[in-house]
Design a protein around this ligand. Structure first.
Ligand SMILES: Nc1ncnc2c1ncn2[C@@H]1O[C@H](COP(=O)(O)OP(=O)(O)O)[C@@H](O)[C@H]1O
Ligand SMILES: [Mg+2]
Length: 288
């Protein structure tokens, strides 16, 4: 079973869109795929038109050690299964404050049905939920819109992933960066793409996701752009990105993160009103 966490500490960078459309592409290629919604706001769950589930049929079951995941009912969609978010997640989060509370999802997956891939959607924050996703995963993917705040968030996320790898999950591979909502006409987008590639090299995926109205529509009935707009560029982009991701995963080479410590100011073209991103040391999460 391959496990993948989708994260970026900044919101609106295409995490949920990436989870849904990567899962659809994987399902269409014949991979048995489970999506786990670990964002307390449950946007993925709602995007797919899944009604508020009872706690017993939600991702909160990962955090109940008396429950075996194989006994938890999942939502079966056309191309993948979903363990939806529960509205009680925010309340439960307050109780997840022991250092060991980051291992629940990893342990729960060992009691689950056998999927080829498990993909976690996470919120734009370092919480026990997003840490659970990273501790349970071998791979991480950072969707990043080539703009100042998402790139800043992506670099913070990269540092968090390094800390998780060092302290909590030595199996966690260096993350992939996937550019999303790319507008080829914007010069600043080219600049931020060059910036990230200069710093992170091959960790930046070759495939990019361009802006596509087919992706921004929610179809509300558990379907995705793959069913409604199969020839749209959004669908083609996610199909290509998923292929690239699978090639990396199947190659199986351990991915090690470059040491990003000193700041190499990138060669920047003038872009009025836009500051080049500066890497930051993220605040140390209480769990680490
Ligand atoms: N490639 C894209 N083209 C057009 N709209 C997009 C694209 N990716 C995401 N969006 C839209 O941008 C918004 C934020 O995306 P979302 O996936 O919810 O981000 P996150 O989960 O990181 O907060 C949503 O309204 C979504 O429909
Ligand atoms: Mg989201």
């Amino acid at each position: 079973m391959t496990t993948l966490a989708i994260c970026n500490h900044k919101g609106g960078t295409g995490k949920t869109t990436t989870v849904v459309h990567t899962a659809a592409a994987l399902g269409l290629s014949g991979y048995r795929t489970l999506v786990i919604d670990l964002d307390p706001q449950g946007f993925l769950t709602r995007y797919l038109g899944i009604e508020e589930p009872p706690i017993e049929a939600s991702s909160l079951m990962l955090f109940d050690h008396q429950v075996k995941l194989r006994d938890v009912p999942v939502q079966r969609l056309k191309h993948f299964d979903v363990l939806p978010a529960s509205a009680s997640m925010t309340k439960v989060l307050r109780k997840l404050n022991r250092p060991t509370d980051v291992f629940w999802a990893k342990e729960a997956l060992q009691t689950g049905p056998d999927y080829d891939l498990v993909v976690f959607d996470t919120a734009a924050a370092v919480t026990a939920y997003s840490l659970n996703a990273l501790v349970a995963s071998r791979y991480a993917l950072i969707p990043v819109t080539p703009e100042y705040q998402p790139v800043y968030g992506a670099e913070q996320t990269y540092q968090t992933i390094r800390q998780v790898r060092e302290k909590l999950n030595p199996d966690l591979q260096a993350p992939f960066f996937l550019f999303t909502q790319v507008d080829g006409r914007k010069r600043s987008h080219h600049q931020f793409r060059r910036y990230l590639r200069a710093r992170y090299g091959d960790l930046v995926m070759r495939s990019i996701i361009r802006t596509s109205t087919a992706l921004s529509q929610a179809y509300d009935d558990g379907t995705t752009a793959f069913e409604h707009a199969p020839t749209s560029r959004g669908v083609r982009d996610y199909a290509n990105a998923t292929d690239e991701l699978l090639r990396h995963v199947q190659a199986g080479t351990p991915r090690t993160a470059p040491e990003i410590t000193a700041v190499e100011p990138p060669a920047y073209e003038e872009a009025p009103g836009e500051e080049p991103p500066r890497p930051v040391a993220p605040e140390r999460p209480a769990w680490l």
